[in-house]
Write a protein that binds this ligand. Structure first.
Ligand SMILES: [Zn+2]
Length: 206
């Protein structure tokens, strides 16, 4: 059976929403991003891998996970990584009205204020964007490379085969520091870090 997973965002989508951030102009920089944490042990695994390569990255955190894991947040901050808002409860913008969605974004923002976290921007869960979001929200950061690390029907080496050629300067790569993604993450993250080092790509925070 032919399986198909699109790892690269088709270019027409960013052209519909040019004000959102999909990738960045860069000389040697690549931007690794980790969504859905912080998650005990898994986020620490990511932090250890990043430290080993002296790499910086960005974590789009779920507010309720921040509340439950403030010690991990401190470790992310003290390592010099960036943090962004990923809603309080991982809300799906396509399945709720805009007012409720914005309330969930605001709740996460309030947690960030309480925890003295400076947000570098907002990433909508599932990458689900709407016209209203486009009109009314600023600092929305999507991605150019989707690893699909959460997808159990993919194999880790298939993911690497598809993703490695997309690791080019300016790419924003999405992974997940979540329980669901960990089986792939623990394989693909060390490989991605090693590839970037070998090719003099500078892993930077957004
Ligand atoms: Zn998410």
């Amino acid at each position: 059976m032919l399986r198909m997973f699109i790892h690269q965002i088709p270019s027409f989508i960013p052209s519909f929403f040019p004000r959102f951030t999909w990738s960045k102009a860069a000389d040697r920089q690549i931007y690794l991003t980790f969504d859905d944490g912080p998650t005990p042990e898994i986020t620490d695994f990511v932090l250890e891998c990043l430290a080993e390569y002296n790499a910086k990255a960005t974590f789009f955190c779920i507010g309720k996970n921040v509340v439950d894991n403030t010690a991990i947040i401190r470790r992310i901050q003290s390592a010099g990584h960036s943090i962004g808002n990923h809603t309080m409860n991982h809300s799906n913008a396509w399945k709720m009205d805009f007012t409720s969605f914005i309330e969930d974004v605001k709740k996460c923002e309030d947690v960030f204020v309480q925890q003295q976290i400076k947000s570098i921007g907002f990433r909508p869960p599932y990458g689900r964007i709407t016209r209203k979001m486009y009109r009314e929200m600023d600092d929305i950061i999507l991605w150019s490379v989707l690893t699909g690390d959460y997808n159990a029907s993919l194999k880790s080496d298939e993911i690497l085969e598809a993703v490695i050629p997309l690791l080019k300067p300016g790419a924003i790569v999405v992974m997940h520091d979540s329980v669901k993604a960990f089986p792939h993450l623990q394989v693909i993250l060390p490989a991605i870090l090693a590839y970037c080092k070998e090719h003099n790509l500078v892993l930077s925070a957004l």
